[in-house]
Design a protein around this ligand. Structure first.
Ligand code: PEP
Ligand code: MN
Length: 348
């Protein structure tokens, strides 16, 4: 069950709902979104119904949600959410391009990649400082030094930063540098990490687990939302199938399906789906056609010497094609390409 509070509800109204639920032996989780506060209830539904929560001050409605995920469901929240990242919107009416290196390697490489991204129309910079690699012998990322490079490049370019966090203990540190926390496919069901991120108010880019169904993915999002953070963007990045010509199989149908099941925005990462540079722009176009709220792509000034995922990184010529698609396609579907922020974000 969820209790929807009115926009004018006072903190003591929310506290009143929490006290009533706890008094009935239940647990209440408060989530504050952009436009409203909702309280998710866990416990004995029959006892909650006897409380007549709808009559409490500040309460607009009490909903029984049929889906196993509640706070992130469209049923609970018919209006599509817009998530704002360092002043940049991701949501309906806009198409947001996120681009940058797979991994932060050096200050020069990161700045060059960011300038390439910006030129292609990106409004957000991606880049991993903590890299969860399949092999323990592969480059693991620069850690906090990488975060500092990202912050410097943000100051130089004005692009807010999306970067991955891989451990619950690192959330505070990464959040102190990042504008958006990324959860990678390998951590998509790391529930303690999701809960730690849920305790912050940072926007989160939640990638799909490589074997996750849409329901499992939305349940992962629910872990974040249940702890109070509803600033979630879902990112389809390909799933593991029998096909091995591509790195993963991009599930384009996930985009409209998620839009019908959830109010959260959906972006697509065609780079990690394809694993091959030549497929990234065609798949990005497919994402646009399917109604994605944005795409996230890898770019690198020198992919041949990249420390991570060089074969899928876009170079100047591909970026020109992507920029043209990002400008021309979204308006056909009622969206405009999101501009980078005019003023520099203030984080750090
Ligand atoms: C990434 O975006 O840097 C990444 C590691 O992607 P994924 O988790 O989707 O493999
Ligand atoms: Mn990568």
């Amino acid at each position: 069950m969820v209790v929807v509070m009115g926009t004018e509800a006072a903190p003591q109204d929310v506290a009143g709902v929490v006290a009533a639920v706890e008094g009935a032996g239940g647990a209440a989780f408060v989530s504050r979104g952009e436009t409203r506060t909702i309280v998710g209830l866990v416990g004995d539904i029959a006892r909650f119904q006897s409380l007549n929560l709808a009559a409490l001050p500040g309460v607009v409605e009490v909903l029984r949600i049929s889906k196993p995920y509640k706070l992130v469901s469209r049923e609970n929240h018919p209006q599509t959410s817009t998530i704002v990242v360092g002043g940049v919107p991701i949501g309906p009416g806009t198409f947001t391009l996120v681009a940058g290196p797979c991994a932060v390697e050096t200050p020069e490489q990161t700045l060059e990649a960011a300038l390439m991204a910006k030129k292609a129309g990106a409004a957000l910079l991606r880049g991993g400082a903590y890299k969860p690699r399949t092999s323990p012998y592969a480059f693991q990322g620069l850690g906090e030094r990488g975060l500092r490079i990202l912050a410097d490049v943000r100051a130089e370019t004005g692009l807010p930063v999306v970067t991955e966090v891989v451990e619950a203990d690192d959330v505070e540190l990464v959040a102190s540098y990042a504008d958006m926390l990324q959860v990678g496919t390998r951590n998509a069901q790391n529930f303690s990490l999701l809960q730690a991120i849920g305790a912050t108010d940072k926007p989160v880019l939640l990638k799909r687990g490589l074997q996750s169904t849409l329901e499992e993915w939305l349940m992962a999002a629910e872990y974040v939302a249940q702890r109070g953070n509803l600033n979630i963007v879902l990112c389809e990045r390909g799933i593991r199938t029998f096909e091995n010509a591509t790195r993963n199989t991009l599930d384009v149908s996930a985009v409209p399906m998620l839009h019908s099941l959830s109010h959260l925005p959906v972006v697509v990462d065609p780079s990690h789906a394809a694993g091959l540079r030549g497929l990234v722009v065609p798949l990005a176009r497919a994402a646009m056609g399917a109604g994605a709220d944005g795409v996230m792509v890898d770019v690198h000034p020198h992919p041949e010497s990249a420390l991570c995922d060089g074969p899928q990184a876009l170079v100047e010529a591909d970026l020109l094609e992507l920029a043209a698609a990002a400008r021309d396609f979204p308006p056909l579907l009622g969206r405009v390409l999101t501009e980078p922020p005019q003023r520099l974000p203030t984080t750090r």
